[in-house]
Ligand binder design. Structure first.
Ligand code: HEC
Length: 399
């Protein structure tokens, strides 16, 4: 008995209360993550429908069983301590330890597969593991195997201008001059000059991530300018407008613009561009507040259906090469690693506690008169178990 307690029962109850308080803070800690999960799941259900296929339900289920069994053996250990069954106590603690180690081993298998495939949080998700391994340069454009589905025909300049002002201007400025810290000056852009319409369309469908080699500003050019409601036809209209403004080199006033390879075929367009440029008043009929980095793909008609159909293709395609991959898929893996990672750390802590209990019980420290540490260690282990019971269905069993 510690010196600041009067009786053993008093010490026992005080310790137990302290443990419950601690567990309450643990619940709060995880509750934050579960709230985050709820909000993301509500706002981006497609990330979860798509992403869960990359988690192995089999391993997850085995781990659930392993943890449940280890909770049982932990409860048996507490019983053994209360009843002076010292050999049983050692046995059950050892079994619990084994269960926890099993759990971590399986987690390791799962994690290493994810790391191997770059199914991780953040930008690294978009890095191509094959490209990195083979030393091949990261693809700067979309995979060349995927030709634009739409027949590429020249877009409508006036329509393109309006769309540009509503979507692209937020970052690129009304006339493509670029807004510092947002988008790039596209006037006189060599990159645009050397691409044909199909190439430019493919670029806009995909955007350019900050970690790509071709990126020049360290900022993201979001797919479809962040507006996933823009159809390929809309993008072609925008391209028609982009063609015109990009020919105005910085500082030039439109006259004598440098002639890119596309100029000759666009004489008609150029004259209408001058007409557009001559307009002194600019009406912006919709807000040009910068859209969210990547628009809500859930709103794109037919999109969810496409995801659902692909959800049952087996094996799932590598998300990096899948044109149907929902934008921001890395968020799913971010949540996955955050939640299972924090839980995994708790398992490690629990194992340390159990190992300590095991050593003490080998030395015969526990009996029916004193088993508080075993009891409290058991409570902790049950909490760790309980959290996994929530994580498993929330991450693995989504339909
Ligand atoms: C959220 C801000 C943002 C929006 C909205 C946006 N862009 Fe961009 N865009 C960028 C950034 C940043 C870059 C530069 C990427 C880099 O560093 O290479 C860029 C680059 C580009 C480039 C390549 C230019 C070059 O010379 O490399 C083109 C073309 C382009 N954007 C077109 C568009 C079009 C068309 C739209 C509207 C549909 C649009 N962007 C909307 C931020 C944006």
């Amino acid at each position: 008995m510690a010196h600041h307690f009067q009786t053993l029962p008093q010490q026992y109850h005080a310790s137990k209360l302290g443990m419950w308080l601690f567990l309450a803070t643990e619940v709060l800690l995880f509750a934050g993550l579960f709230c985050l999960y709820a909000v993301y799941r509500r706002n981006h259900p497609e990330l979860f429908t798509y992403g869960h296929r990359y988690l192995d339900t089999g391993w997850g289920a085995i781990n659930t069983v392993v943890l449940l069994l280890s909770s049982l053996t932990m409860a048996m250990a507490v019983w053994a301590a209360q009843n002076n069954q010292r050999r049983d106590l050692v046995l059950f603690l050892a079994l619990t330890l084994l269960g926890g180690v099993d759990f971590l081993g399986i987690k390791l298998i799962e994690y290493s597969h994810k790391f191997h495939d770059n199914l991780v949080w953040g930008e690294a998700f978009y890095r191509d593991p094959e490209g990195a391994a083979g030393g091949a340069p990261a693809a700067t454009g979309p995979p060349s195997t995927a030709p634009p589905a739409l027949e590429v025909k020249a877009g409508d300049l006036a329509k393109g201008r309006d769309l540009f002002r509503n979507t692209c201007a937020a970052c690129h400025g009304l006339r493509g001059e670029g807004i510092p810290g947002q988008g790039k000056d596209m006037r006189g852009s060599e990159f645009i000059g050397k691409l044909d319409d199909a190439g430019l369309l493919a670029f806009m469908q995909r955007g350019r991530m900050p970690n790509e080699k071709s990126n020049t500003t360290g900022r993201m050019m979001p797919p479809r300018g962040g507006n996933s409601l823009l159809t390929d036809g809309d993008l072609l209209d925008i391209i028609a407008y982009v063609r015109e403004i990009q020919q105005q080199a910085p500082g030039a006033t439109g006259v004598g613009a440098p002639s890119g390879p596309n100029t000759s075929s666009r004489i008609q367009g150029a004259s209408s561009a001058q007409a557009l440029a001559a307009e002194t008043e600019i009406f912006i009929d919709k807000s040009i507040i910068a859209p969210t980095a990547i628009g809500p793909p859930g709103l794109r008609p037919g999109w969810n259906q496409a995801v659902k159909e692909r959800a049952h293709s087996d094996p799932p395609p590598n998300p990096r090469h899948d044109p149907q991959r929902p934008p921001n898929l890395h968020v799913f893996f971010g949540l996955y690693f955050c939640m299972t990672g924090l839980h995994g750390l708790h398992v490690v802590a629990g194992l340390a506690v159990i190992a300590w209990l095991l050593i003490r019980s080998l030395r015969g420290h526990f009996s029916s008169a004193y088993f508080t540490p075993v009891d409290l260690g058991g409570l902790y282990w049950h909490l760790v178990d309980l959290i996994w019971i929530f994580l498993f269905p929330l991450l693995y069993l989504i339909h």
